[in-house]
Ligand binder design. Structure first.
Ligand SMILES: Cc1ncc(COP(=O)(O)O)c(C=O)c1O
Length: 422
């Protein structure tokens, strides 16, 4: 049913039917949640072998006892694993604790004095470019550090590079750009080769100490076999002699245990040395026992991919269900569009302009919690009020189906009401 082309009489009839369907949902007393971008218990179970895998052997080949202090950049075996995931050299990679977000926080803390000094001299603010829709915690980090955020559209092949180049050229206080280059949160898009090349060249036109924050959180999180490949940013940057602008992040949060994985940061060896000095006063070394457990369990990139296939088997039916519910109920409605990702953790859905808040409100009224409208934009401000992030990974398949039914009816009802109110 093409809702957007219905006549007024047809809309009134549709509204009556939809109000009944919506009431039927509310009568169920659901308590469902589509907000949580975290692995399900079945996914966590895939890594239970981590527990006890060391079997009392704590020594590395070079004799290092991982139970003791030291190795602030991580054990070589884990640095190698991170380097393989990120497609860089081991000497460019460090391993932190259980969160890449902590590494991002620390990296920004480390750069802030340098950026702020220049900001003070220019009586201006430190600014970051934020491709939108994007990951809310990147925006929270910026707000925390008082960094001004500038929106740039995220397109199917990556952020609008022409817009980014223009902004960066014109304003030397733009000090970084956030990127989730593979299976972006929330759209699931992967940056194409030209975009990656353009990012590698950006430092040439940017102000001093510019950084591309390459958060490759979903580097190995494919949902199909013929997955989208990501061009290697570090190799490109080396050809352009801009490797100091590249800072990459990843973690095993959605590979092993979300709360007890290991995180990676990769950058030029010059930057890494400076960052190591920054970390020195706060930590003598991260949890090397966990690093060794991960190395024993995941081994190398090839084995890790076999492990990720098990995640794929659990996740693919959930993403298929989301697509099926959206397509069969809204496919030709003209009131919503959405992404059908081949990897990552999310689906990004757009309602008609101005309706995201109302859809979230209606769904909540029928017992389905959705990520607040606006969360995918800096300052929580989606000026078009239309983007909603769907997180299919955590609920059971049954709960996901029920929650999607409610979402679909909420979108249909909000759209029909809106069209009648015009
Ligand atoms: C793009 C992105 N980066 C980072 C994270 C968090 O990673 P970590 O658990 O390593 O802190 C997430 C989690 O949802 C994410 O979506």
């Amino acid at each position: 049913m093409k809702i957007s082309s219905l006549t007024e009489t047809e809309l009134i009839a549709a509204r009556q039917i939809l109000q009944k369907s919506y009431q039927a949902c509310t009568d169920q007393g659901y308590n469902l949640d589509l907000t949580r971008g975290k692995p399900s218990s079945a996914q966590l179970d895939l890594s239970n072998e981590l527990d006890g895998i060391l079997g009392g052997f704590y020594l590395l080949q070079d004799g290092t006892d991982v139970r003791n202090y030291g190795n602030i950049l991580g054990i070589p075996e884990a640095r190698q694993l991170g380097a393989e995931i990120l497609g860089v050299g081991m000497s460019e990679t460090m391993v932190g604790g259980n969160s890449s977000l902590t590494l991002m926080y620390n990296f920004i803390s480390h750069m802030m004095p340098v950026w702020s000094e220049e900001a003070g001299e220019r009586e201006d603010a430190v600014k970051f470019i934020c491709p939108v829709p994007g990951y809310d915690r990147h925006f929270t980090l910026c707000e925390h550090f008082g960094i001004e955020m500038i929106n740039v559209d995220l397109l199917a092949g990556g952020p609008d590079m022409a817009a980014i180049e223009k902004l960066v050229k014109e304003d030397p206080m733009i000090k970084a750009v956030w990127c989730v280059p593979r299976y972006s949160n929330p759209t699931g898009h992967t940056y194409d080769q030209n975009t990656v090349k353009a990012f590698a060249r950006l430092d040439r036109v940017a102000g001093k100490d510019f950084r591309v924050l390459w958060d490759n959180a979903y580097a190995v999180h494919d949902l199909i076999d013929e997955s989208a490949q990501l061009h290697n940013l570090m190799d490109e940057a080396k050809s352009s002699e801009t490797e100091n602008s590249v800072v990459m992040f990843a973690s095993t949060s959605k590979i092993t245990f979300a709360g007890a994985g290991i995180a990676f940061l990769a950058t030029s060896t010059t930057n890494l040395k400076a960052f190591e000095q920054f970390l020195g006063p706060q930590v003598i070394g991260f949890d090397k026992v966990n690093q060794l457990r991960h190395v024993r369990f995941l081994k190398d990139l090839k084995n890790l991919k076999t492990h990720m296939n098990k995640h794929k088997a659990l996740l693919k039916p959930k993403f298929d269900l989301v697509e099926e519910k959206l397509k069969s109920n809204l496919g030709d409605s003209g009131v919503a569009d959405w992404t059908n990702p081949t990897g990552g953790y999310f689906v990004s859905l757009n309602t008609l302009p101005g309706l995201a808040n109302e859809v979230v409100r209606l769904a909540a009224g029928a017992g389905v919690k959705l990520t607040p409208a606006g969360a995918t934009f800096p300052y929580g401000l989606d000026h078009d009020n239309r983007n909603i992030r769907i997180a299919p990974t955590y609920p059971s398949l049954d709960d996901l189906g029920l929650a999607m039914n409610v979402l679909v009816v909420s979108i249909q009802l909000a759209s029909v009401n809106h069209l009648l109110d015009r």
